[in-house]
Ligand binder design. Sequence first.
Ligand SMILES: [Cu+2]
Length: 128
Amino acid sequence: MKTLAKIFFALLLGATLVQATAFSKDAKFRTTTVHITADKPLTTGANTVIVTIKKNGKPLTDAQVALKAFMPAMPGMPAMSSKTNATNLGNGQYKATLNLAMSGTWQLHIFITPKKGKRSRVKTTLNF
Ligand SMILES: [Cu+2]
């Protein structure tokens, strides 16, 4: 009975983790909207994020997406920046791993290059 309870709890926890969104942020540029989520809270080091992109309310499925996180120089700290290409997961979702070297406020630029049409850049900030 105890084992069964443990298994049940593990399944429940697993299901919860899959659905959990510890981080969420929205940004917009003209008709392009971006919804950024992460299963875990942002932290120093590698962070996997899912970026959902819509154009005129419809998922943008065929874009090349790159993310650039940067922090300007501060007293006693050089400027920091990391750029990464996102993987297309389909349905307008793109997955990327951001490397954030320290806590604080990061500027995030999302570069979106659709197969057809104009390129766009959506700007936001990440804070942790
Ligand atoms: Cu800094």
